[in-house]
Design a protein around this ligand. Sequence first.
Ligand SMILES: [Zn+2]
Length: 1059
Amino acid sequence: MAATASSCKVLSQRNCLQIRGAACVGLFNFRGSSSVRLPYCTHTSGMQDLPSSKRRSRGPVMAAKKGSAGAEQDGKYKDSVNLPKTEFGMRANSLSREPEIQKLWEDNQDAFILHDGPPYANGDLHIGHALNKILKDIINRYKLLQNYKVTYIPGWDCHGLPIELKVLQSMDQESRKQLTPLKLRAKAAKFARETVKNQMASFKRYGVWASWEKPYLTLDPAYEAAQIEVFGQMALKEYIYRGRKPVHWSPSSRTALAEAELEYPEGHVSKSIYASFKVVDLSSSSRGLLEEFLPNLCLAVWTTTPWTIPANAAVAVNAKLNYAVVELLPPEEAVLVSPANGKRRYGRILGELKKPNIIVASDLVETLETKWGMKLLVKRTLLGSDLENCKYSHPIDKRECPVVVGGDYITTESGTGLVHTAPGHGQEDYVTGLKYKLPIFSPVDDDGNFTAEAGQFCGLNVLGDGNMAVVNYLDESSSLVIEEPYKHKYPYDWRTKKPTIFRATEQWFASVEGFRQAAMDSINKVMWIPSQAENRISTMTASRSDWCISRQRTWGVPIPAFYHKLSRKPLMNQETISHIKSIISEKGSDAWWYMTIEELLPESYRDKASEYEKGTDTMDVWFDSGSSWAAVLQKREGLDIPADLYLEGSDQHRGWFQSSLLTSVASRGIAPYSGVITHGFVLDEKGFKMSKSLGNVVDPRTVIEGGKNQGESPAYGADVLRLWVSSVDYTSDALIGAQILRQMSDIYRKLRGTLRYLLGNLYDWKAENAISYNDLPMIDKYALFQLENVVKNITENYDKYQFFKIFQIIQRFVIIDLSNFYFDVAKDRLYTGGLTSYTRRSCQTVLAAHLLSVVKVVAPILPHLAEDVWQNLPFPIANEDGSIAKFVFESRWPALNEQWLDLPSDEVHIWSKILELRTEVNKILELARTEKLIGSSLEAKVYIHTPDANVARKLRQMSEAANDADSLHRIFITSQAEVVSSLDDIPSEKIPYTGEYVIQESDNNNKVWIGVSRAEGSKCERCWNYSIQVGSFTEHPTLCSRCYKVVGVEPVTELAAVS
Ligand SMILES: [Zn+2]
């Protein structure tokens, strides 16, 4: 076995055990295991909790405890026992202590790192916010200990529709009528600031460290001015344009929406129709092929939005596809007459005597036969390109419209292979429309009602009666083939949860096309965690259309444009933008509403003020938050662009990560970040989404401060919440619930117990007492080797942002391994080895190293606990520059100690064997205890025999170790241990309990034999070890020789035990 980092995994239990006599292996599992089937181990451990310590090392502890409690004198040596002492209590007292510790940091904080994505200032925080901010805080605090200058400015997104809606909802009809834009903005600003205040208090309560006194708010004049500047830079590069284009429009919010503001709920059903448009003229290339079918020839189209038919301007075909002229042969009348059979409605055209010949894609003939429930007889085929420039009569207003060639979006996957094209209502239609100079017709108003341009449909709602009216009209005019419900993904307004429409309006756009390649290139240079995120954002960026950045709302940053009253031409140039920017930086964006056009225009345009009017559009809020690199990273002291890290939920690939990327690349050519981490969502314990109706919502405030029923939801404190954050693999969805929190609390308590053990045994420690490494006992060198490997491993995982691995290492090493071995064994020499003895001092040297390393490596995750420990350190810690680290975050990350790591591999090997052996010895001791041969393990003597000469020699050395700490019996916590050369020398009747196990890695058949008998001699009154020397010192007839020496050199002192 090589001496690698992995060898720090101790207490192997993989060897088989054979007991002579009886007993079953199950008995030896005395550490107990959790009955809870969750991924967290709940082995008992801790200073006083360890079952083995209760059983074996109870002696001096219990004796002194009794003594200190003022009970009857239980032994005159009790005061010479060096029990742990610390003011650091087992109770975290999180309710009062954590805020105190947070105050301590506030009063002593320095500067900070990563760029905070602004949460929306619109309501209470949920557990997802806690996950996000705590992850950021763990990273910031780690970097801080790593001696980085960390600047962390928390931010809030303060503009936008949701806040505007909240304000409006809080008012009655009458006061809403009185509302001017400025009044509305004032109310919205007040609401946002109020929310920021509340959210900030919660974030602070999570123990998140930040520049709370100078956060960034998107409503701050300086921020707004920086945003106008970004807009200006993009405008000057001609990436901003005004155009009439179809955009996602929400009739329920009366505004355009960005893609990030849409959602696609399950179960949306549209009314889909197949319609026929009558061909009235042929192109030259189709004349010979189609003339014979006129005038009874139609084009078949399919749409899920019949209300867009009035805006139809063309039918598009794919030039490369084959099309067929088919004759309809409908089934018997009976099938056709029931228009209201709930599912499919057949058009009256099918009942007419003279049925039309219809053009569809050849590949779809079979599919359509099934779908329409009739035979389609193919009479002619031709190429799509032949159809270009044929003319048809618009089914409603009888305009003559062309057949055009569309793009590759026309396929034979669905529909008819001929696409109804309404450039005012669809992105691809719009592009095709540009190519053929088709009219961009969109006869629908802001509320989603048809305008007068839609003729007879005027006033009807396109998502309701208007849609139906169009279908009925088509049927009456013999244009409807069939109508049927169609289930598909359809965009909804994510705020109002109502369907949106695609509608052409005059809007401002950022031309993504203009800088798409630069954006793609910069994505490539960013570190994405998890790595698949890169693919996600690449795909989204590659496929996104131009970004509609104007909104028809009041609560936001104005688009700084004036419009000529007559020509409607916008006025916007470097001069006007920079003038408005300087006004906003001074007065805030309200100025746009209260200042006159004359004031808002720069000097050179002032005399023309009467010819212009102000625009009323505001910017998409994603443009607000997407400008934070300019308003914060570029402007604040200690920050720069690109930031090292952005860290948000995975939904931000299409939100903030993207809007920040686009604005930054467009104006500066680079991404605003060099690394991006995304995390998943938080679900309940069973993996369900949290919702009030399910009653499974975990409120971070309740986790920290407790719920109404403290029995069910106790106050765990921020550190337990933070420990949970560290425990989850945040790259996928994280689970939380009562049971998980209970386990976290349990693990927290054990970790606290470990730290308390360390503090308690270092009460008299001074750095100058340290034993130099070369003089340490083997057991101590091995302990430092393990510690250093663990610190190294933890550091590597912090660097990789894999906190859940750190959580696992801490749980295994700090909580389980240390308590079960080193701490357990150390008690004897710490308590009874003599206050200033070599054996106690060497142990303290190791404990001090553990305390300082452990407290620092847990500090980023559990800052309150770490600070609490630090404030209870019984000795001062100096930094490299000689200054005293008064707070844990004034100290530095533990530097790797190469000497400790450099333990020779055979040493590492032998220790792994000893630990294995110790586990097996414990099993036999447990058997002897169950059978009442012994009570405490100190009443036992252990015999070992192994044929492996190497191991035997080492063990014999240890059984006769010159230094007490390495003695084999101390390691087993028994009074004696003997390595026997031959089993024949052992009279079996003297050794009632025996067992064997095999060292698996050895080459030969290497069975180790273990025997247990009662210890020889009498019990020492002071240390409870058995010894044949007890009784041989006339002055102290009840002491063993070790205690005799300790008592002799060390005067009895006043000691108080830990209560
Ligand atoms: Zn003793």
